[in-house]
Design a protein around this ligand. Sequence first.
Ligand code: GLC
Ligand code: CA
Length: 561
Amino acid sequence: MEKKQWYKDAVVYQIWPRSFCDGNGDGIGDLLGVLSKLDYIKSLGVDVIWFSPLYPSPNEDYGYDIADYRNISPDYGDLDIFKKVLDECHKRGMKVIMDLVVNHTSRQHEWFLESQKGHDNPYHDYYFWRKGKSDKKPPNNWLSTFDGDAWEYNENLDEYYLHIFAKGQPDLNHDNPKVREEVKDIMRFWLDMGVDGFREDVITWISKAEGLPNGIPIPVACGLEHYTHGPHIHEYLLEYKRDVLDNYDCFVVGEAPMMTPKAALPFIEEGDNQQLDMMFHFQHMEADCFMTDPIPVPFSLKRMKKAFSRWQYALEGKGWNALYLENHDHPRIISRYGSEAYHDESGKMLAAMYMLQKGTPFVYQGQEIGMTDIRLPELKMYEDVSTYNAHRLYKSVLHFPEDKIMNIVKKRSRDNARTPVQWSSADNAGFTTAEKPWFYINENYWKINVEDQEEDPNSLLNFYRKLIKFRKKFQVVRDGIYKEHYAESNKIYCYERVLGNEKLLVICSFTDKPVEFTSPAGYNLEEGKLMLANYGKNMRKHNTFKTRPYELRVYYFGDKA
Ligand code: GLC
Ligand code: CA
C-alpha cells in the first residue's frame, strides 16, 4: 500500500484518561467524559487523539501495566463505548491512536499467570525467567528504572523474572516468535476496528542482549546498555511493520528514551527499512535534569536549544520529528522552562517555540490552558510508582535529608502532570460531579481553567488555536528548513524556517529580564509581518529592541500573508 503521510500535517492531542473528564460521576475520568469533550478537542484544530492506555490494568503503573490487550478497563467504559468514541472522532475528521505497551505486560496478565505455573508451561518462555546465582542472588546485577532490583523471585519455580520497570511489569520476551505473533495480533485487532495507529511505549527497548550479561554498575537502571539498543531491535520492528503496519493506512510513533539522532536514523529514516514514522526522544526534556527526570539541575536554555537543533539538523530531508513539551511522564512545562509568575506570556512563548519547528506537534491534556505543577507536600499523597522509587534511591543510596528529598519529589514527580484537567472554576474544577476525584486537583483551578479561557480572546487556550491555524495555513511551517541563530545565547532562542521565498523568524525570550535583541543578518523586521506575539502592538518594527519578560515574536516574510 502506498504510504500516506497525513501525519506530517497533523497535530496530536494526548489524553491520559484517568484525569481527563469524568462522565459517570465516580471520580475517575472515562470515555463518556471524552465523548462530551470531542467538540472541544476538535475546536483546538487537533487532527489525532492519542489515548494513553485504556485497557484493563491493576494500575501498578497507571495503565502501562496491561492485563488484557483487547479490552477497555471498566474504569473507562467498555468496547462499545470505545467504538462510539472512535466513530465520533472519525465523524469529526479526527483520527485515533492507541498506546501499545508491549515491552512488558502486567503481572496480572493471563500469559504471566500461566508462565508461573511451571517450566514447561507454554507461556513460560513469553517472559525472561532465569535461575538465580548459587548464592541466592538474582541472575545478574540489573536494576529496574522504577523499582529496585530488575529481578523478582518466585518461590514455586525457584526462578526470577525480569522487570526493567516496576515489579508489576514483567518484560515480554520478543525473542520468542510466539510473542511476536501475539503482538501482531494485538495490532491487527485495533487496526481492524478502525484505529489509525499506535504510540509504542519504550519500543526501542524490546530486544535484550543475548545471555543477559551484567551491566556497568550504576545506582539506577544498571544494565541499560544491554537493552536500550538490543541486537534484534531493527529486525523485530521491521517484522511488525512488514507483517502488519504496512497493510494499513496508519502511523506509528515510538517512544525511545536515551536516544540520539544518530542512533535514531536507522529507525526513522524514510525508505524501505524505515520502522517507525517518528520517535519521541528525551533530549530536549533534559535541560533541567539528568536521566530524564529524577535528578534536577538548574535549567539551561543552551542545553535545550542544542537538543532541539541537533534533531532538526540531523533529520532534515531524512526523517520526521515528533515535537512535544509535555506528556504524562514529565512535570508541566510552564513550571519548568517557563515562569508561573509570567504564566500566559511564557505559556504562549513555549507553545510557539516548539510548534513552529519542523515535525508533528503533540499537545498534552491541560497544556493548552497552561496547567502547572501541583507539588504535593507529603510523600504519601503521591500515586506514581517511580516517585517512590526515586525517594528510595535518594534516601538509601544517596543519604539525602528528607526535606531535600521532598523538594526534589515536588519538582520532579510525574504526578505533577496527572492531576485532573481544570475545566471550570466550579467544584472539583468541573472534572467530576463526585464528591471526591480520584486524585488531587491543583488549587489554582479558580484562575487556570478552560471555561474562563474560552471567554478571553487573549487567553493561552485561544493562542493555541491561533497557533495551530497558523501552522496549517503556511507551508513554510510544515516544510521550511530550520536554522538556529544566536546559539550561544542563554536568554534568547531564535530560529528561522525557510521555504523558497518564504521565511519565518521565531524569537523567544526565556527570561523576565530585558535583553537587547538585534535581528540576525539578512532579516529586516521592518519588512516582516508580525504574525504571532504575546504582548501588545507597540514597537514591533525595529531591528533592535529590548525584550519584555518571556516575549515571543514570530515574523513572516513572503507574499502569502
Ligand atoms: C513509558 C511510559 C511511562 C511508563 C513506562 C513503562 O515511559 O510513558 O508512563 O511508566 O513507559 O511502561
Ligand atoms: Ca468515571
